[in-house]
Structures are given as structure tokens and as C-alpha cells.
Design a protein around this ligand. Structure first.
Ligand code: ADP
Ligand code: MG
Length: 364
């Protein structure tokens, strides 16, 4: 096991810069996620840790040793790719044992490792098959088995579950998490799937256009997104981002939120005595941060549901507010229907605020 230090790492292809100064310290035993949309530079960064891609600037250290000039074979890492990259002409057992064979590990020891790994991943009955004779999920397990057999300092995963169907993806996700808890191995795991990121990671680096937008625990990132991009990227249904006007009034910041003809004034944080004036802001509210209220309550907004989506455990309603679609988590009962009007009040203690011009989080 080992730490991974990524210090001011840049990657250029000709005149195009795809990674702009990445700084991430992955602790020994940590499960770190790189998440972001396609093309943001996740695989490039992972390949640089693996040594498969060169570093234009900055440095990467594994277990305290700078590896910029160390070849992939000498970095003591194992990588699992989305495509699995199994050797088609070898059996499952041979695939798992291959790296040990290259290192001239004795057959008895190789067999013992293959047996142990196959047991862990429940693929003991598949050892004599070739990759073509396996399902996608089984190939995925073999690819993981090959990585486990190397007992590396660091595991690197590049979208390992993307080719699996939804049910299997959820199962494998749980297995990878359990495996990490058992082995306490250092993992850097790339995904574009925010649910995978939230459920697996000890910490998450949210990336966009070759930059880390926020690095934090899943809870940090969900509850206190650093900017509008992260706010909108993490969470489903997405965080509601509502334009408001902030005003300092008699020791309190108030947010004015309009919906059609009605508007409500919402007390936010206490303001210092010196605080004066007004500013535009964006109020970020997750769908679960609305409270349904009764007719009479002040601070409530009337909205008409346009769509109701039961997902089993939760039901989400969608309504329009100033031409913007907003999501509201609804209590399971009574079942609501499209066309119904409801009254909602934001739970301000859980709200986030952003500056509309810089798009950064603001704290009052
Ligand atoms: P992700 O894995 O997040 O989808 P990648 O790391 O694969 O993104 O790619 C990041 C960016 O780098 C993309 O814009 C991609 O087109 C570019 N890129 C990747 N490899 C090369 C290459 N060999 N030459 C030029 N550009 C590349
Ligand atoms: Mg990729």
C-alpha cells in the first residue's frame, strides 16, 4: 500500500493543454474518485499515474518516490480498464497468473495466488475458460482478479463498470467497496457516474476541462458544493439553482425569491452590523430541501406540479418557477398528481449560495 502525490501536474498535446496543474494527495489506503464528464482529462491523469502517458510538467510520487521517470512495470501499480484488456488466447487462470509468470514466480505460489483471488471474486469455476466464453460481468471479475493477483501498492480503475448492465453494475460496485474495506488498498478510480463516485469514494475530485473543481468527501461535495458546476453535476434530481436578490436588513441577510407574481422573503444568515446593500445571488436547494406547507404559512411559494415521478423509495415532483424547472422531493403519501398545486418552503439551513458572475460558492 502506498500514498500517491500528484503535484502541479500538467499535460499538453502539442499546443493543447488537457490538464492544467492538478494537485491531489491520495493517502495510504484511501479510495479516491476522479469524476467528471467525458473529455475532462480523467483517463489522461490515471495513465500518468500508471506511467502509460508522459508528464509535461509537475511530478507524481508513489509512496514518497517521484516516478516521473520510472516505467510502468516498475511502479508497482495495477490497472483495470473499462475494456478489461484480457489476453484472448489465454485461459482465465493464465490471465490472472500472467504477471506472476513474467516475474518468474514459482508455479506452486502462482497457483495458490490464483486460487485465493478466484475465491475472493467467485470465479473459481471459470479458470479454464477463455475470455470469449465469459459474460461481461465475468470478464470484469477476471480483469479485477488479474489486478488483485499482483498485490500492487496502488490500484487504478478506469471506468471498470461502464460496460455492465445496470443491475450488475450495482452489484460490482458493492463488491469493489467491500474489497477495499477488506484489503485497505490505495485506489484511484475514474468514473463519469456521480452515483458511483458518491457511493465508492472516501474522497472525490470533481473535474472539468482539465481542472479539479472540488476535492472533498462525498458529504462535503454534496452539502457544500464549491461552485455552480459541482452543484449541478452531483445529485439526482439535480440541485435547484434559483436566482435571488440578497439584501442586508436589520442584522439579517434576506433572500427575495420570486415565483410568478408572488415572491417570498427568506431570512438567511445573521449579517454583521456593517453589512449593507444588495446583491444578486443563486440559491442552491436540493430537491429534499423543500418543505410542503399549509396554505396559511408565510414564506411559502405556490407551484403547480407538471410531472410526478415515483422512483419507489422516493417520489419527485417537478414544477416550473420563473421559466425554470424545479425538483421537489415529495412525501410518499398522499400521492400527488400532475396539475396539482402545492405550497413549498425552502429549508434554508441546508441551502447553498453562489455568486452568479464568478459562479463560486459564497458564505454570508
Ligand atoms: P476522460 O477520460 O475524462 O474522458 P481523457 O483523459 O481521455 O478524458 O481526454 C482528455 C482530453 O485529452 C480530451 O479532450 C482528449 O481529446 C484529449 N486527448 C487524450 N489523448 C490525446 C492524444 N493522444 N492526443 C491529443 N489529445 C488527446
Ligand atoms: Mg476516460
Amino acid at each position: 500500500m502506498a500514498s500517491v502525490s500528484i503535484r502541479n501536474v500538467r499535460r499538453r498535446y502539442g499546443s493543447v493543454t488537457v490538464l492544467h496543474g492538478i494537485d491531489i494527495e491520495v493517502a495510504d489506503g484511501e479510495f479516491l474518485i476522479l469524476v467528471g464528464p467525458s473529455g475532462c482529462g480523467k483517463s489522461t491523469l490515471l495513465s500518468m499515474i500508471a506511467g502509460l502517458d508522459g508528464i509535461s510538467e509537475g511530478e507524481i510520487a508513489i509512496d514518497g518516490r517521484v516516478v516521473n521517470d520510472v516505467g510502468p512495470k516498475d511502479r508497482d501499480i495495477a490497472m483495470v480498464f473499462q475494456s478489461y484488456a484480457l489476453y484472448p488466447s489465454m485461459t482465465v487462470g493464465e490471465n490472472i497468473a500472467f504477471a506472476m509468470e513474467m516475474r518468474k514466480v514459482h508455479k506452486a505460489e502462482r497457483d495458490a495466488v490464483v486460487e485465493r483471488v478466484a475465491g475472493t471474486l467467485q470465479i473459481g469455476h471459470l479458470l479454464d475458460r477463455r475470455p470469449a466464453q465469459l459474460s461481461g460481468g465475468q470478464r470484469q471479475r477476471v480483469a479485477m482478479g488479474r489486478a488483485l493477483a499482483r498485490n500492487p501498492k496502488v490500484f487504478l480503475f478506469d471506468e471498470p463498470l461502464s460496460n455492465l448492465d445496470a443491475k450488475l453494475r450495482v452489484e460490482m460496485r458493492a463488491e469493489i467497496k467491500a474489497l477495499h474495506q477488506r484489503l485497505k488498498s490505495t485506489i484511484v478510480y475514474v468514473t463519469h457516474d456521480q452515483v458511483e463516485a458518491m457511493t465508492l469514494g472516501d474522497r472525490i475530485a470533481v473535474m472539468k476541462d482539465g481542472r479539479v473543481q472540488q476535492l472533498g468527501t462525498p458529504q462535503d461535495i454534496y452539502e457544500r458544493p464549491a461552485n455552480l458546476y459541482v452543484a449541478a453535476f452531483i445529485g439526482s434530481p439535480t440541485m435547484n439553482l434559483l436566482p435571488v436578490r440578497l439584501r442586508a436588513e436589520s442584522g439579517h441577510w434576506m433572500a427575495e425569491l420570486r415565483s410568478g407574481d408572488s415572491s417570498v422573503r427568506l431570512p438567511l444568515a445573521p449579517a454583521g452590523h456593517a453589512a449593507t446593500g444588495e446583491r444578486e445571488a443563486v440559491l442552491g436547494l436540493r430537491p429534499e430541501h423543500w418543505r410542503l406547507t399549509e396554505e396559511s404559512e408565510s414564506g411559502a411559494l405556490a407551484v403547480t406540479l407538471q410531472l410526478v415521478e415515483p422512483t419507489g423509495a422516493d417520489t419527485f415532483g417537478f414544477a416550473e418557477m420563473n421559466g425554470q424547472r424545479i425538483g421537489i422531493r415529495l412525501p410518499p403519501k398522499p400521492m400527488r398528481h400532475a396539475g396539482e398545486q402545492i405550497r413549498v418552503r425552502p429549508d434554508l439551513a441546508s441551502a447553498s449560495l453562489f455568486d452568479p458572475s464568478t459562479e463560486q460558492r459564497i458564505e454570508l
